[in-house]
Design a protein around this ligand. Structure first.
Ligand SMILES: [Zn+2]
Length: 186
């Protein structure tokens, strides 16, 4: 395996050539937005480029499915940090069509875990600990519904200020077209 070393070799040249200079900015988002989008490989750059956003413009949180699963998980905490400490004034939840997480079924993933050596009784232990592993590893039927649920979780959070608009959008990974699902100003 050499990926790590290839990356580090590239980094050395990147630094030597001072290529970082074009990315220099500060930690306050110029556009005062925190964007939650999916970790899909097709969206690494497309999700921001399609909205005209560049380094320094936004706080960008990415996870599988652009989903807020837990009100006190790290994604929700990141949103609150962005709003209270880093100058974000608006929030956008951006889902996308053809989402790998959306179509995720727990059974094949659990089968893969077992094939990779996770013992059967681990799943029993988790279940007895009150962890609904199947529900945790389940995607969503409709990206629009998933976005709406995440928006509701953000807006109803007891620590979220009421004056922060929370928008919902869906992006196409094929051409970057962004459709509005929820206008947070309304
Ligand atoms: Zn996705």
């Amino acid at each position: 395996m050499s990926l790590l070393y290839d990356l580090l070799d590239f980094n050395k040249e990147f630094i030597d050539n001072k290529e970082y200079k074009e990315y220099l900015t500060d930690k306050t988002p110029q556009k005062k937005l925190v964007l939650i989008s999916c970790m899909d490989t097709r969206l690494t750059e497309l999700s921001t480029k399609a909205l005209g956003l560049k380094n320094g413009d936004i706080k960008h949180i990415q996870n599988a499915g652009a989903v807020i699963s837990h009100s006190y998980g790290s994604t929700m905490r990141s949103i609150l940090v962005a709003v209270y400490m880093l100058g974000a004034e608006e929030v956008m939840v951006m889902g996308h069509h053809d989402c790998g997480f959306g179509s995720l079924k727990p059974e094949p993933m659990i089968a893969n875990m077992k094939a990779r050596g996770i013992p059967d009784n681990t799943f029993d232990i988790l279940e007895h600990s009150g962890i609904d592993i199947k529900n945790w590893l389940k995607g969503f039927d409709s990206v629009e519904e998933s976005i709406t649920e995440s928006i509701e979780k953000i807006k109803s959070h007891p620590l979220m200020p009421a004056d922060v608009p929370v928008h919902g959008t869906v992006i196409s990974p094929d051409n970057g077209k962004v459709d509005l699902v929820h206008d947070g100003y309304q």
